[in-house]
Design a binder for this molecule. Structure first.
Ligand code: GDP
Ligand code: IMO
Ligand code: MG
Length: 464
């Protein structure tokens, strides 16, 4: 029997092709529940050459029979969500009665965007490279228990306005000293009230909806956003931060150069790599459960989505980064961010990282996308270990700023040098592509369930 409840999440640094895989899998689903994150996400689905980029709305929305829930673990920019729903309506995608917004979800307010953008500006060249959508500050307010929730959009207008004004005043009191833009309370109230009027029919108790679906035996996909190494616990969040910057280290005008005391008492110079280069939610399998309220015991399958190579947007360590590969992929018109349009950093497949992601998420099968990105290459390196302080590591160092000092140990595979984009069956892949995929599966310790050889729905098949 097919599993009823499946988590679909990213095994790298986001943009693995989750949107595409979810859309394909949604042909056999009743519900898609978006677990966490906000409109920092950009999930692309291509149908017959038509491209949709979803930010908050679950990727099942393009399948008419699927119901969708933005669950309580997500943070929702009300005006952003309205724009997204209106954009879908213009393209004849109906959301009424099949898209629900959990009352439990926290709101992203204009002041959160101001804090996000102001803080990034202050960090200068050492910035995290956030999407500027206010995600971190919204989660921060949730954790410090001063956030507003989507359910509050149903309050009488005067009470909602009072709560909003209170938040804006608290922000404005400290904004000047922090270098954040001050916010107009009147504009905030106007923006949120307008969005609230539009969104009220979509509001629902997310946990009850999810539990009814589970109890009713519905086929459920839980959609993760971002990726394992952007997770606030398991991502590249170092112990050493800029506060350890010593006078000798000096923040130079060319970027932060930070001195870290090495094991032998020597000082090692690390460029960047020391800020918390993560998002602010739990992008791993545990986050899918807390975000939706679906208990771990209800989960039967975890599909880990990954690219046949690696990409990352924003700052942070990236052991297998390779400028030549990036140049090649950008030249093909691919690997530009779906949300911000930024060119993604590119690198070779990193089996050390993905092996860890498989462990962290309890992956039961993988969906490998973008195999076709490697079609033209004669040699394809795969990172099988990290060289660090004269040792070869099989696991990433616990301190992620050490990642910047790891050198990849590569095993080089022969490229297949022919297009894979027409393949619709494992046997139709070039022999060397099959060898490459099988080796990846063995290196990371997970089986391959789905292979994707193009952005289109039809360019997807099951392994075997
Ligand atoms: P997500 O955030 O994980 O949903 O991924 P994004 O949508 O941000 O980025 C993935 C990009 O790869 C999008 O442009 C997709 O259309 C595209 N894509 C997904 N799978 C494939 C594939 O197998 N081949 C090609 N060429 N593009 C793909
Ligand atoms: P999807 O769901 C790739 C990255 C940002 C930045 C860091 C923190 O499309 O895979 P944030 O705005 O979240 O505070 O930024 O996280 N980031 C993503 N990178 N894909 C995403 O989402 C991302 N969402 C956030 O680039 O480095
Ligand atoms: Mg994306």
């Amino acid at each position: 029997m097919r599993p009823r409840v499946t988590i679909v999440l990213g095994l790298q640094w986001g943009d693995e092709g989750k949107g595409k895989i979810l859309d394909v899998m949604a042909s056999e689903a009743d519900w898609v529940l978006r677990a966490q994150g906000g409109n920092n996400a950009g999930h692309t689905v291509e149908i017959g050459g038509e491209k949709f980029v979803l930010h908050l709305v679950p990727s099942g929305i393009l399948r008419a029979k699927v119901s969708c829930l933005i669950a309580g673990g997500a943070v929702v920019d009300p005006a952003g969500l309205v724009r997204e729903i209106e954009g879908l309506a213009r393209r004849k995608i109906r959301t009424q009665g099949r898209l629900f917004l959990a009352e439990q979800a926290h709101l992203v307010l204009p002041q959160h965007r101001a804090v996000d953008q102001g803080s990034e500006k202050k960090r200068g060249l050492a910035k995290i490279g956030t999407t500027g959508r206010g995600i971190g500050p919204a989660y921060s307010d949730k954790a410090t228990r001063v956030g507003l929730r989507a359910g509050e959009m149903a309050l009488p207008a005067a009470e909602l306005a009072r709560r909003l004004r209170e938040r804006v005043m608290a922000h404005n009191r400290v904004a000047g000293s922090q270098g954040w833009e001050k916010i107009s309370a009147t504009k905030t109230v106007r923006e949120i009230e307008k969005a609230a009027r539009f969104l009220r029919p979509y509001l629902a108790d997310g946990v009850t909806l999810a539990h009814r679906a589970v109890a009713g035996g519905k086929r459920i996909l839980i959609e993760g956003a971002q990726g394992t190494f952007l997770d606030v616990d398991h991502g590249t969040y170092p112990f050493v931060t800029s506060s350890h910057c010593t006078a000798g280290g000096a923040c130079t005008g060319t970027g932060v150069r930070i001195l870290i005391e090495g094991a032998q008492g020597t000082f090692l110079d690390v460029d960047h790599g020391t800020y918390p280069f993560v998002t602010s939610s739990h992008c791993t399998a545990g986050g899918a459960c807390t975000g939706t309220g679906v208990p771990p015991t209800a989960i039967q399958r975890v599909v880990g989505v990954l690219k046949a190579y690696t990409t990352r947007v924003g700052g942070g360590p990236f052991v297998t980064e390779d400028g030549t590969l990036g140049h090649l992929l950008h030249g093909m018109g691919r690997e530009f961010g779906s949300t911000t349009g930024r060119a993604r950093r590119c690198g070779w497949f990193d089996a050390v990282l993905v092996r860890r992601a498989v462990q962290l998420n309890g992956v039961t099968e993988m969906a490998i996308t973008n195999l076709d990105g490697l079609d033209g290459l004669e040699k394809i390196p795969v990172c099988v270990g990290y060289r660090f302080e004269r040792k070869i590591l099989q696991e990433p160092p616990v301190e992620s700023s050490d990642w910047a000092r790891c050198r990849p140990v590569y095993r080089v595979f022969e490229g297949w040098c022919e297009p894979t984009t027409e393949a619709r069956h494992w046997k139709e892949l070039p022999r060397r592509a099959r060898i490459y995929l099988s080796a990846i599966s063995q290196l990371v310790g997970a089986t391959i369930g789905i292979i994707s050889v193009g952005a289109g729905r039809e360019q997807t098949f099951r392994h075997g």
